[in-house]
Structure formats: C-alpha cells, structure tokens
Design a protein. Structure first.
Lengths: 297, 290
C-alpha cells in the first residue's frame, strides 16, 4: 500500500482496532463487499464444477477472460464487460462443440494448449496496444482489490445473485445429472441442456472470480475451497456450506493480509487456499496413522 | 521503417537491425528445438507437463531476479528440476488434475510474490521484468544471449535426435519397448529434462505464458498432416521455425504488434488452415468404410 504511505495502517495487538482499521477506507469496504459476493458464487459453482470434473474448463474460461478484459479496456469499456462477455461467450462455444469422445487425448490437449496460448497472446496484444500502465496487466492476470467502485460492486452483486438463483433452481437435477448422467438421461432429464446451462454459469463465476484473483489464479477461489470441501464431506448440502465457508475465509484473510503488508493479494489467496487444501489432505492421514500406531503398540 | 515498397529492400533494412538479427538467430534455434520436443510431448500425451512448466518458469526466473542472479539461471534450474520431478511422480502425477492445477496455481502465487518484491526493490531499473518473462521479449536478446540460446538449443536437438529411435518406440508401446530391453524409465527422465530445457529456452522467445503454443501448436499441426514419425518431427520443427520468422517479419512490418503475439497468431492460423483443409479434403473424398 505505497499509495497510503502517509497513513499506513499499523497492525497491533488490539484485534478490534485492527479490524476497524480495515474498513477505514471506502475502497476496502468495496473490496470486502465484492470479495464476499465473489467468494460465495465461486464456492457454490466451484463445488458443482469439481463434482463434474470440469476444473480445466473453468481454468480455460478464466484465461479467455484476460483478452476479453484487456480488449474491453483497450476499446474504452469497463474490464468487467470484457470479463463477463468473453467468459460467457466462450462457455457457450464449449457447450456447443460436439462431444467427440473418439478424438485422441493428445490431439485434444494440443488444441487446448494452442487455443490457450493464443488467447493469452491476444490479451498481451491489447495490453501493448493500449500501452497502458503495467500495474493494469498485473491486476488482470494476478488480481487486485484496489479501485473497485460502487457501480462495480452492484454489477457483481446482480450477476452473482442471478447465478446463484439459477443454480438453486437446477441444483437437484444438476446434482443427479452430474453423479450419474446415464441414469439421469434415462429418467428423462435434459442432461445436455443442464450441462450447457452449467457451463455458462461456470463462465460467469470464472469471470467474477477473475476480478479478485486475476485470470491466472482462479484456482484459488473456484477450485480449491470446493475440492477441500469434497475431501472433508461427501454430503452435498454440507459440502456446499463448507465450500462457501472456506472461500470466505480465503478471501477475507487474503484481503486483510494484502491490506496490512506490501505483498500482492494473489500470493495470499493462493497460499491460504493451498494450505487449507493440503491440510485437509494430510491431516486425516496423519491422524489415522497415529491412532493405528496407538492400537498396535 | 517500412518506407520502401520493394520487399527485398525491406528485408535488407530489417536484417540490418541488430535486435532483429539476434532475434532471428536465437528464435530459429529455439523454435527448431521446441517443434522437435513438442512432437514427442504430443505423442506421449504429456502436453500438461509443458503447461505446468510454464508456471514454474515464471516463478523460477523471478526468484533468480529477486536474489540478484541472472534470470536464466532460475529459469533453467527450475524447469529442468520440476520436469524431472514430474517424471518421478510417475503415472500417478497425471491422475488428479485438481492436485496438479492447485499446486501450480500456488507456485504461480509465489511468483507473484517474487515479482512484487523485485519491482519494489528495483522499480526504476526493471519495472517490466515480470511482463517480459510472462510474454517474452525476443527483440530484447543481445548477442551473447542469442549465442547462449543457440548453443543450448543445438545441445537439446542433438540429445533428442540421439534418443529419438528408442524414445519413439517407448512412446508408442511402452510395455513392448521395456520387454525388448530399452531403459524406458531412464529415457523418460532424459526426455523430461530436455522438455525442461526447451521450456526455459522458449520462455526467452515467447514468454512463460505462451510457451505451450510454440510447443504444442506446430506439433499438433504436424501430427494432423503426416503420421510418419521422422517426417512429423521435421515438419513440426519447420512449422515452428517458419512461424517465428513470419512472426518477426510481421512485427517488423507492423511495429504495434508484439512479436510474441505475431508468432502465436501464425501458429494458430496454420493449425486452423490445416484443420480446414483436412475437413474439406475429407468431404470431397468418397467415404471409405474401414
């Protein structure tokens, strides 16, 4: 926070004062508002995404958001328009592609790799055409919490709410179709339509997440809390609640750390989310080993 | 800069510039290596390795910069080490995309930390270091940098050609190759070390984020055109080299286009053209039932 050098926030032992300091500036209040909406949306959509094993679709959709946002900035629109427009459009394209199961894996990965690299290269083109400031690029790629306006918070809130309402409406059939698509299809569920709808929702969630984590680090909010939750519990409703709780923890802590130190938020959200995920993976194993050792000796 | 309409004069002017010459020399060697190694990557279904290495390259180079070292030291050390490490994880390392994706997102997060430390310490001298590592700066290579890149690329290509035959065998049918006494595991490690070196080389040309395109794009195109192994290898290298030449020329003609973008645009266009021609050809031909 070099720009606030005059009134640098000081972290002390008084927790109440520390927390109230966090909300002293309107930009931080907006960052927390936007971060909270994004975390809830990402955690819920991400939970279904991990269940459906579509993490790489989410990753690709987020990468596509980078040229979208850079292009929108270049043309003079808000980066938001580019993020949501491009991610949504890319989701529709992926959903409409024929599901070719026969195509060999290696060919497909070569295509995905080329498309990803080209999308990022296009983003770089817009950035250099814009010849704008370098911090802007870093914010698009690695996230930023500075300068979120009231209008942006409102936009994120509307989009997030619409996404969550849609998810709530299709949650039951989507769960069924994700767990066992064949049986769901046999029961007369429109599996393909559900899949396409979900991909569009995923595109929107990836775009919203990119606002906080940047295009390159969406894994931190979109994938990790959901994957951690699915590791902890297999019950759907509980899992979604745990996922939301973890995403909020990651976002709030990340914002607070980034506010009190000079290091970027992208580093904090990825590190906290990864630590929680690793902890959930390792801790149960350690516990069972200790109890086993206890019984044998 | 582009005053003359005569293409030969234009070419002469272009080659008179030092940074273009260095870029062309280094770019040719790097692209030839990337095409060759990329062919094996696509054949062995290990494209994700290159994706993973692109994250590592960014963090490795920035950590070296933060420590005051030459970024290339961090680049080569990190990509080769992680490449071999991925090999040690074995087939299990491929299984869970959540684990891989998460780990590399975190590594990228560490890179962002290194970037922020580096730019706060050296803001005046090297503000766009992060950007040039992410998206490459082939015009930024000096004579010695170009020479080093060429030497390393030649070594990589030589190694790859020496192990090409057994590696092909092991890639196509691992079990039979192992039964015939080919050291499949050792070959895999040597290959991944070569992939690491190539990823570090490619980062200098088109940047950490775009290296996947230079590795996978030409190889994917070549595999669509021919199924003959050595033909496809040569073709992949040729497409990569051609793309680098065309990209550099394009960026010289239109200075607003960054060379990394031009190179990637050419690769993507060639791939799309191959797909389109292939489908048109398939439609024109009578359907054969096999």
């Amino acid at each position: 926070m070099r720009m606030l050098a005059a009134t640098d926030p000081q972290l002390g032992w008084n927790v109440v004062r520390d927390v109230s300091q966090l909300f002293e500036f309107p930009f931080m209040v907006n960052a927390f508002r936007a971060g909270t909406i994004v975390a809830v949306t990402a955690a819920i959509v991400g939970w279904f995404m991990v269940l459906r094993r579509q993490t790489f679709a989410g990753h690709t959709l987020a990468l596509v958001g980078f040229p979208g946002a850079a292009g929108a900035t270049f043309v003079g629109l808000s980066a938001n328009v580019g993020f949501f427009g491009f991610c949504g459009a890319a989701a529709l394209v992926i959903a409409m592609l024929p599901q070719s199961g026969q195509r060999s894996f290696s060919e497909e990965s070569a295509v995905i790799g080329t498309v990803q690299a080209f999308a990022l290269a296009s983003g770089f083109l817009f950035v250099s055409l814009y010849s704008g400031n370098l911090n802007g690029v870093n914010a698009l790629l690695f996230g930023s919490f500075l300068g979120i306006t009231n209008a942006q918070v409102l936009a994120i809130a509307v989009v997030g709410l619409a996404t969550l309402l849609t998810i709530a409406l299709i949650a039951r059939p989507l769960l069924f179709a994700s767990v066992d698509p064949d049986v769901a299809a046999a029961r007369g569920l429109p599996v393909r339509v559900l899949g396409a709808t979900f991909l569009v929702l995923l595109g929107i969630a990836a775009a919203a997440t990119s606002q906080i984590t940047g295009s390159l680090l969406v894994f931190a909010l979109l994938v990790l809390p959901a994957a951690t939750a699915q590791h902890l519990t297999t019950r759907p409703f509980v899992g979604v609640v745990v996922s939301v709780g973890l995403a909020l923890t990651v976002t709030w802590l990340g914002l607070a750390f980034a506010y009190y130190t000079t290091y970027p938020i992208g580093f904090y959200v990825t590190s906290i989310a990864f630590a929680l995920y690793a902890g959930a993976n390792v801790a149960p194993r350690l516990l069972t080993r200790r109890s086993r050792m206890g019984t044998t000796s | 800069m582009i005053g003359s309409l005569n293409p030969l004069t234009g070419l002469h002017h272009m080659l008179a510039l030092d940074f273009i010459r260095h870029g062309l020399i280094a770019g040719t060697a790097i692209a030839a290596a990337a095409g060759l190694i990329g062919y094996f990557l696509v054949l062995r279904s290990q494209v994700f390795t290159a994706d993973a290495l692109s994250h590592v390259a960014f963090t490795g180079a920035l950590c070296a910069l933060t420590l005051g070292l030459d970024p290339r030291v961090g680049l080569f050390a990190s990509t080769i080490a992680v490449g071999v490490l991925l090999g040690a994880l074995g087939p299990r390392g491929r299984a869970d995309d959540v684990v891989i994706g998460s780990t590399f997102a975190w590594i990228l997060g560490l890179g962002v930390l290194a970037l922020s430390i580096f730019t706060t310490e050296h803001s005046a001298s090297n503000g766009n270091a992060g950007l040039s590592i992410l998206f490459g700066s082939i015009f930024g290579l000096d004579a010695s940098g170009a020479r080093t890149a060429v030497v390393i690329a030649v070594v990589v290509i030589a190694f790859a050609l020496v192990i090409a035959r057994p590696l092909l065998f092991a890639s196509v049918d691992e079990a039979v190759a192992a039964a015939r006494g080919i050291p499949v595991r050792a070959l895999g490690y040597v290959f991944l070390a070569l992939v690491g070196a190539t990823a570090a080389e490619t980062t200098q040309a088109v940047g950490a984020l775009l290296l996947l395109g230079l590795l996978a794009g030409p190889a994917g195109t070549a595999l669509r055109i021919t199924s003959r192994p050595y033909g496809a290898m040569a073709l992949a290298s040729a497409i990569a080299v051609g793309a680098v030449w065309a990209g550099i020329a394009l960026s010289y003609a239109v200075p607003k286009l960054p060379p990394s973008f031009s190179i990637l645009a050419v690769i993507t266009a060639v791939y799309l053209a191959t797909v389109a021609i292939g489908q048109a050809g398939r439609r024109g031909r009578p359907v054969r039932h096999v």
